[in-house]
Design a protein around this ligand. Structure first.
Ligand code: AMP
Length: 462
């Protein structure tokens, strides 16, 4: 869980500001730290813990100038939440300077790091992102950029959408499975690469297309090149981007996230109807699903919970005790809509079940007659190794419980999850184009101790 951005602009003075605004648009992808790196006769870096507007101010941004830059917002999956692990990460090699911003998670970073440390390389952070940069630095000593990336890719197991400065060259690269999103847009003064198209819109750019799985884009002196380094007969776009993670106003791999969520809501109404007075979302994650549910069922849409806009995502607080207290801080019931009513409550997913239980209890306390929980995804039964923070298998409420068991735990009158088929059809991509591991327990790449999807073919190198 992170957001990355890369900017090439003919206007040296604009680059840092474009990075800042596009990171602002990606703030939902990570709130722990933020940073930018810009090239001008050398790489200059500023990063810090906190939200984008806490890390930067006008004075800081005005100190930066340069045509090429990258930026990052972080939510940690590998490595703790510390300054050393914040990004962009800077690695100096004999071939020059590398600044890297990474969205994704490597499964084998520990092994790779150990091997490199045995060869005498010194690491400055715990992060898997530094492993990628150091590995690249190693290959650049002997090979050109494209061949170095090919070699790095062969060694990495996991997900990576990357923006990078290699001296004055801006590079964007997406892993051959396309697990994490990455797209490219055009600016009046150059180009933008970003995790989500909403960032392109925010800086007034024109969305061009998604970066292809296995594609490397290099921009230098205003010239843009695309190289397909790997081709794969199947992809593994993260389905959770559509369910929860991405902004609804983003286009990801050719699908408008808002439309996907609306379709899911409609489908949910057909799969799990209920006799109720109102349909309500869990704000904000359930809103679009609930609108779809209401359209399809003809049951009135009404808010039964109000969210305090100034409280961040509950999962962002690393400790369980804090997470539990924060539900009341974040949400409050609308008594006039709730009292005496039968409510269909719609949310995108149930992970641990903690929030859902508290929300249902909140509605009951406010006088709800019945609470029918409807979920816009199938049960989450397996952990994510690719960068969505979803807890361990033991913490996933649906991993060891039946649907009736989950319903009992969250104290709802009825509980309905979207079917896997319903989800795939609503997204509109094929089953072999999606990573569904958290829902099926089958992973798109081979991970020790886990089952792998049996797809026909594998990677082809170019
Ligand atoms: P819980 O009932 O405690 O499992 O919490 C479910 C809520 O957490 C739902 O409202 C989801 O929108 C939200 N959620 C799901 N996945 C994540 C995630 N990876 N990070 C933060 N929040 C999430």
């Amino acid at each position: 869980m992170c957001g990355v951005v890369g900017i090439y602009s003919e206007r040296e003075d604009l680059t840092p500001h474009l990075l800042y605004y596009s990171l602002y648009a990606l703030q939902h992808r990570g709130q722990e730290s933020a940073g930018i790196a810009v090239w001008r006769k050398g790489i200059k870096l500023h990063r810090g813990m906190g939200l984008v507007h806490e890390v930067f101010n006008r004075n800081v941004l005005n100190e930066f100038r340069g045509n090429a830059g990258i930026g990052h917002v972080r939510y940690s999956t590998t490595g703790s939440s510390t300054f050393e692990n914040s990004q962009p990460m800077l690695v100096r090699s004999r071939e020059g300077e590398i600044a890297i911003a990474h969205n994704g998670n490597l499964v084998n970073s520990f092994e790779l790091r150990k091997e490199m440390e045995m060869d005498g390389r010194v690491f400055h952070s715990e992060s898997d992102t530094e492993v990628i940069a150091q590995l690249l630095g190693k290959y650049l000593l002997h090979f050109d950029v494209l061949e170095s990336f090919r070699r790095v890719t062969r060694e990495l197991v996991g997900s990576f959408s990357i923006t990078m400065l290699l001296n004055d060259m801006l590079i964007a690269y997406r892993d051959p499975y396309g697990i994490k999103p990455l797209c490219i847009g055009e600016l009046d003064s150059g180009y933008i690469i970003a995790s989500e198209s909403a960032a392109i819109d925010t800086v007034g750019g024109k969305f061009l297309r998604d970066v292809m799985p296995g594609e490397l884009i290099a921009i230098r002196n205003g010239e843009i090149e695309s190289h397909i380094l790997f081709k794969n007969s199947y992809r593994a776009n993260c389905v959770f981007e559509y369910i929860y993670f991405a902004r609804p106003d983003s286009i990801i791999d050719g699908r408008y996230v808002y439309d996907v969520r609306l379709k899911i809501g409609k489908r949910l109404a057909r799969e799990h109807p209920a006799d109720a007075d109102i349909v309500s979302p869990v704000p904000d994650s359930g809103i679009t699903f609930a609108i779809g549910y209401s359209h399809e069922s003809g049951i009135d849409f009404a808010e039964s919970l109000i969210k305090n806009r100034y409280v961040g995502r509950t999962f962002i607080m690393p400790a369980q005790e804090l997470r539990e207290n924060s539900v009341r801080l974040k949400l409050n019931a609308v008594r006039s809509n709730v009292a005496g009513r039968k409510i269909i409550l719609v949310d995108d997913s149930i992970v641990r079940g903690t929030t859902s239980r508290r929300i249902v209890d909140m509605l009951r306390k406010a006088g709800a007659k019945e609470v029918h929980m409807r979920i816009g995804s199938p049960p989450i039964i397996a952990p994510c190794y690719f960068g969505i923070d979803m807890a361990t298998r033991e913490e996933l409420i649906a991993a060891f419980k039946s649907i009736e068991g989950v319903r009992f735990m969250i104290n709802a009158d009825t509980l309905g999850y979207l079917s896997l088929e319903g989800l795939i059809e609503s997204v509109g991509l094929k089953e072999n184009e999606l990573c569904l591991a958290c829902l099926t327990d089958l992973y798109p790449v081979s991970i020790p101790g886990e089952k792998c999807v049996q797809h026909q073919s594998s990677l082809v190198e170019f």
